[in-house]
Design a protein. Sequence first.
Length: 206
Amino acid sequence: MVLRKIYWTVTLILCAAALWSQAPSGYEGNKGLGMGTVGTTGEDAIGIDPTTYLRTWNFNDLPEDVRSSFYRETPREDGSLLREYWFTAVDREIEVAPGVVFPAWTYNGQVPGPTIRATEGDLVRIYFTNAGTRPHTMHFHGYHGSLPEDFVFLGDSFTYEFEALPFGVHLYHCHSTRLTQHIHKGLYGVYIVDPKGAGPWPTSWS
């Protein structure tokens, strides 16, 4: 049931992005079935645009000098990459609608969490710090080396390392108990593994 809820959350984001991108010329203010963005959000609102979220992985939306604090890649002898990520679990109030605030638990201050993207065979290394108020973890579908009992307690850190396999679109989420509560509060995101030899990733969409 929990996985089904996550699946539909990701699906809705993808559908919203598709509708947004199909607005005819001159109707940019009413994209996607004439709906558009309704209302305004505060300065600290979550403010995730579905199309921006779909175009963002490995912190590629950040300036290079800032991005290097969250993501680095190093070539390996076999031609693959070592991809290193810095994630922090932190409590944050997010405005989900004008004047409606939700007390979220987040990865790096956003919901859904930052998208992790690698190529089949890459080595993924994630430095995770828990700056929240509950024990948290990171659990990756496609890799099951992180177990529910491997809690990262308040103020502690843990390093996850695994080979990016199999290729496909996966989820990651907190696996601390109660699982449903931690996902409901915002601790989930997308983990993408591209097939080896699939070619360069797009840098922009039109």
